[in-house]
Design a protein around this ligand. Structure first.
Ligand code: NIG
Ligand code: FE
Length: 392
């Protein structure tokens, strides 16, 4: 039997559908209501015009937004890197080498421990409003360990990414070409059935442009769509390669030339910015303003991982993006919802418009602006996923 719920008395509703609201990208409706039917949005509009339904929820003059879409996270891992973080906060700089510490801990962990960790961080993210998340392998780096990470991840999300090319496995230290052959051969065979995406860390100390092209092209031939860790620690070929391969997303984008920005602006590749990483590595911020002014589609995500960005909080990333990356609150909220959906090439999430999934959150504040205005305050006070209230 189908069930319907109306949420009324919403001070500000963010629909991300300009045609529904005030013609801005956020499609704002004041004094609004939302009708949920089963797992989907059935209606949005002014409260006074809301149709009658079985159940009624009074939002009490608070704001309702689409659930956050965290399109970049690394949640299948064991152990932590507190010591490395401490050393960094005493002046040491971040390098890709720290990944090896997590690889050792992850290989040593049981399946149960990995799944327990994953569900712990997912619950944490959900309480903070994340209703869709992507997660990657990349801390196994053997055929068996990469495949089990993806098998575990696929039990919890459809957005699973094969990142066998996170770094060259320590077992192949003297022979990166042999590791690339494994990643594009036996490891790809074992991992492709669980994944939708393929990713490479294209960076000094990880994989160069030619290696990244070989890996992503092999993945694409197996039906996986590319996304790339690009231009995080230094200038490099990652962003241009992302555009060349029509990758869904180029992630990090911290060091960009004008040609990189132009290439993104003339493509459908989304630039996914991950300010938690710059915060936790004390690095220079990506210039969101420059990308937005050039017309690039920007997503905001957490990059949650134990090395460079151990936060599961999209609201924290929104606040950083506004304060330090020169985004407006409206832009940051769009990027953390509709932008994340674009980075995952999804049009059934990230918006509250008839037919999309009823993934939404209630803020303990009259508008979405408070996410940046009141940093660090746990404002998310209710979360619905596919029409079911799952938090708050
Ligand atoms: O996105 N850049 C590469 N991968 C992660 C860091 C992983 C780690 O340090 O464990 C990132 O920042
Ligand atoms: Fe990452």
């Amino acid at each position: 039997m189908s069930s319907s719920t109306v949420i009324t008395n919403i001070a500000t509703l963010v629909t991300n559908d300009p045609s529904l609201g005030d013609n801005s990208p956020l499609g704002l409706i004041q004094d609004a209501a939302v009708v949920i039917e089963d797992d989907r949005i059935a209606w949005t509009g002014e409260s006074s015009k809301a149709p009658a339904t079985d159940n009624r929820v009074d939002a009490g003059g608070r704001a309702v937004l689409p659930g956050f879409v965290d399109s970049h996270a690394h949640l299948v891992f064991a152990g932590d890197r507190t010591q490395e973080f401490n050393a960094r906060m005493s002046g040491r700089s971040y390098t890709a080498g720290g990944i090896r510490t997590t690889v050792a801990a992850t290989r040593a962990a049981s399946d149960e421990e990995l799944e327990r960790n994953l569900t712990h961080y997912l619950a944490e993210a959900l309480r903070q409003g994340t209703t869709t998340f992507e997660t990657k392998s990349g801390y196994g780096l053997t055929v068996e360990d990469e495949a089990r990470a993806l098998r575990i991840a696929a039990r919890h999300t459809d957005e699973v990414t094969y990142l066998g090319a996170h770094i060259v496995s320590p077992d192949f230290a003297g022979d990166p070409a042999a590791y690339v052959a494994l990643v594009t051969g036996e490891m790809l065979d074992a991992c492709a059935p669980y994944a939708r995406w393929i990713d490479v860390f294209c960076e000094k100390g990880a994989f160069d442009g030619d290696q990244a092209r070989t890996i992503l092209t092999a993945g694409r031939a197996r039906g996986l769509t590319p996304r790339i860790h690009a231009n995080q620690l230094s200038y490099g070929p990652g962003v241009q390669l992302a555009v060349e391969l029509d990758a869904a997303s180029a992630d990090h984008c911290t060091h960009l030339t004008d040609a990189d920005v132009d290439a993104l602006a003339n493509s459908r590749t989304v630039a996914t910015l991950l300010p938690g990483a710059e915060f936790s590595t004390r690095a220079e911020w990506p210039d969101a303003r420059r990308l937005l002014d050039a017309g690039v589609t920007v997503a905001l995500s957490t990059d949650c991982n134990p090395g460079s960005s151990f936060t599961s909080s999209v609201p924290f990333c929104v606040a950083l993006a506004v304060r330090d990356m020169r985004m407006t609150p409206d832009e940051a909220v769009w990027s953390a919802t509709a932008g994340g959906a674009a980075a995952l090439r999804r049009d059934d999430i990230g918006r509250l418009t008839p037919g999309t999934y009823a993934d939404l959150l209630l803020l303990d504040a009259p508008s979405h602006v408070h996410l940046a205005y009141r940093p660090g305050v746990p404002l998310v006070s209710g979360v619905w996923r596919k029409g079911v209230r799952v938090a708050g």
